[in-house]
Design a protein around this ligand. Structure first.
Ligand code: ZN
Length: 245
């Protein structure tokens, strides 16, 4: 099944992995790999394959850094944390979510009322096949402090972007913005292409989403790697303007 990922070198050290369902980002240095977001639990093999294509093994993964703790972004990290002891970091405000002390994710019942729409039906079936219904958390999740960030490949800078979840956080690495679900460029459930917010159903706090979008618009970067959809190249403020429409 390894052919379902699309791997793009964005800079010398930043590599973007796109799949039909969700994306993740690999950041390398001489000593290993930082994986930003982790796909669904059932995308474990795709994560291994993406790391392998850069010439590394999972043992070389120094940490998973999560934009947020939804199952499509932290899924494979559940198993890797357990079996390999790979450290998992989030924004301090997202740690409890990653531990599943609470859940800020759309309930299956809210989706069921929409699956008469073919797009929702196909997507719901696909994500359930990838382990979307798991309730498991990552008990060892830690907050990303600046001291820890300084030791990770790409020395990621946290750009807090709450809204999609209460502790959602974007990251700057090597001049590239990894925006998670604060700013996406497509989604299996959206007929729209280009920069956008996710359907409101998926957002914990829509007003915060809009404020976080404004915050991203202040950045200087010209490359955005979203949680869903293709790479965006161009001033981030242009992407934000399109998404706000
Ligand atoms: Zn997502």
């Amino acid at each position: 099944m390894g052919a379902s990922i699309e791997l793009t070198a964005v800079t010398d050290t930043v590599h973007f992995v796109q799949t039909d369902l969700v994306n993740w980002t690999l950041v390398t240095d001489g000593n290993g790999v930082l994986v930003i977001d982790a796909g669904y639990p059932g995308q474990r093999g795709d994560v291994v394959e993406s790391v392998r294509r850069l010439g590394f093994q999972m043992q070389d993964v120094r940490a998973f850094l999560l934009t947020h703790a939804h199952v499509d972004h932290f899924g494979s990290a559940i198993g890797f944390a357990k079996t390999l002891g790979t450290p998992v970091y989030t924004h301090a405000a997202e740690v409890g979510h990653a531990k599943r002390e609470y859940l800020e994710q759309v309930a299956p019942i809210d989706l069921v009322t929409r699956i008469w729409q073919p797009r929702y039906l196909a997507w719901t079936a696909a994500i359930i096949g990838k382990g979307a219904l798991t309730r498991e958390g990552i008990p060892g999740t830690q907050a990303l402090g600046e001291d820890i960030a300084a030791t990770l490949p790409g020395t990621p800078t946290a750009i807090p972007t709450p809204g999609h979840t209460g502790g959602h956080c974007s990251y700057l690495v090597d001049g590239v913005l990894v925006s998670g679900d604060a700013l996406v460029t497509g989604h299996p459930l959206s007929s729209r292409r280009g920069p956008q917010l996710l359907p409101g159903l998926f957002n914990h706090d829509q007003q915060s989403c809009l404020r976080s979008l404004d915050a991203l618009g202040m950045l200087d970067t010209e490359v955005v790697l979203p949680g869903h959809g293709p790479v965006w190249r161009g001033p981030v403020r242009d992407a934000v303007r399109q998404a706000a429409r």
